[in-house]
Design a protein. Structure first.
Length: 53
């Protein structure tokens, strides 16, 4: 359900998604976080990278 938010227009939603996926873990979360590391908004990309470990 959360994975579809990777494409959300609001960068703040994507930022919070990166935080949530980091806490949830799992293969799908990791793949979504990898996608978010290439986000056009630096804060989102950085948060995703930090949550990948």
């Amino acid at each position: 359900m959360l994975i579809k938010l990777v494409q959300d227009q609001d960068w703040q939603v994507r930022y919070r998604l990166a935080q949530a996926l980091g806490k949830l873990g799992g293969e799908q979360a990791t793949e979504a976080l990898k996608t978010l590391t290439n986000d056009s908004v630096e804060q989102v990309a950085k948060e995703a990278q930090e949550n990948l470990g």
